[in-house]
Design a protein around this ligand. Structure first.
Ligand SMILES: *Cc1c(COP(=O)(O)O)cnc(C)c1O
Length: 402
């Protein structure tokens, strides 16, 4: 048997036996995986429905039209592009659509909770555009007065909000007013929170922004991929051109079919229940850490930050490694104003989108806080901690059956 089958077996076991608290991951459904692995992968379809550069596109045209109609309804927008291969490419395409080289973007930096593609020095975004960064306030929240002051001074063409490690609700109405005052486009990157918006667990910002980009594989629970949403006809025309032929070639129609399936799944009541449960689990775990005396960020979303340096006198890297010994999968993360390197960090990002899909409940979320807290405080030995983790994971839904 090919080595790959063995690796698939091992990965299935790993996903089932570990407690996955990575805030950007999730478990896609059988149907999403069915379409992601379907024969739609065989089809070349450069262009857009009914305007393709290849014959034989009648079925993929319908697939893509269905995906566009479903995602537009789901987020309450007029227009969508479902072709971006990833969140980063959705951002690249949107910048290409709205900016000329060296135009200005005002965004949050990676080390404060932003994303690589928001102007990190190692990313294309900072090489092609002039990126300025606002910072968070001392309390770890957005400082809207600072954003306003910087926007007035810098006059960016894009004001960008939407983050990878921000645990609070973003006031897009306020950002709209700031963008209007300085004549900037307001762009939302909802990669992390798209599922919470679709599931109506947090406010929908789409009516306030000029354009939104997202991934489809985080809280939204679809295949790995990106989307771009807008109510502005001029913008969608520019986005479509920037996507193809600007940045990408042939769209991944099998992934677009899987996206269409995910948009359908995200539109029903069960998904709204799911989104609500993510928030309950996240808050329960955050609050339990607080009770135990640890330093956590608080949360209004699917994630919070645990300050491991203050709580346990260890770096995020050390905490991540220790927890992996007992089958708890997390990622180290820079905290606002962190003085450690990104490869070390002072804390962890902890999220509940994935485990909530497997049916985790509030009591188990609290228990997870106890296990992590006790293990990182060296009050629980490895065997016992591992046993407690297995007890939880073995009670959850199997990932291949979701
Ligand atoms: C995850 C993420 C992205 C990019 O997603 P990829 O699909 O990994 O390229 C973009 N923006 C934000 C805010 C993200 O969290």
């Amino acid at each position: 048997m090919d080595k790959l089958f063995e690796l698939l077996e091992l990965e299935t076991r790993r996903q089932n036996e570990e407690l996955n608290l990575i805030a950007s991951e999730n478990f896609a459904s059988k149907n999403v995986r069915l379409f992601a692995g379907s024969i739609f992968t065989n089809k070349y379809a450069e262009g857009y429905p009914h305007r393709r550069y290849y014959g034989g596109c009648e079925n993929v045209d319908s697939v893509e039209e269905l995906a566009i109609a479903r995602v537009s309804k789901l987020f309450g927008v007029k227009f969508a592009n479902v072709q971006p291969h990833s969140g980063s490419q959705a951002n690249m395409i949107t910048y290409m659509a709205l900016l000329n080289e060296h135009d200005k973007i005002l965004s949050l930096s990676l080390d404060q909770g932003g994303h690589l593609s928001h102007g990190s020095p190692v990313n294309f975004s900072s090489k092609l555009y002039e990126v300025h960064h606002y910072t968070l306030g001392e309390d770890g929240r957005l400082d809207y007065d600072l954003i306003l002051r910087m926007a007035r001074e810098i006059k960016p063409k894009i004001l960008l909000a939407g983050f990878s490690a921000y645990p609070f609700i973003i006031d897009f109405k306020r950002l709209r007013a700031i963008a209007d005052e300085v004549g900037a486009y307001l762009m939302a990157d909802i990669a992390h929170i798209a599922g919470l918006i679709a599931g109506k667990a947090i406010p929908n910002p789409l009516s306030y922004v000029d354009v939104a980009t997202s991934t489809t594989h985080k809280t939204l629970r679809g295949p790995r991929g990106g989307i771009i949403l807008t109510n502005n006809e001029e913008i969608i025309k520019k986005v479509n051109k920037a996507c193809f032929p600007g940045v990408q070639g042939g769209p991944l129609e099998h992934i677009i079919a899987a996206k269409a399936m995910c948009f359908e799944e995200a539109s029903d009541n069960t998904f709204q229940e799911y989104a609500k449960n993510i928030l309950l689990n996240t808050k329960a775990c955050n609050d339990e850490f607080l009770k135990l005396g640890a330093t956590v960020s608080g949360s209004e979303t699917h994630l919070f930050l645990l300050n491991t340096k203050k709580s346990y006198q260890i770096t995020g890297k050390e905490a991540e490694n220790l927890l992996s010994e007992i089958g708890v999968t997390v990622n180290k993360n820079m905290l606002p104003f962190d003085d450690e390197k990104p490869t070390v960090t002072s804390g962890l990002r902890i999220g509940f989108a994935a485990l909530t899909t497997r049916g985790l409940n509030v009591e188990q979320a609290r228990l997870i806080a106890h296990i992590i807290h006790s293990y990182l405080s060296r009050k629980l030995d490895k065997e016992e901690a591992r046993k407690q983790v297995i007890e939880i994971t073995s009670s959850l839904r199997k990932v291949e059956e979701i």
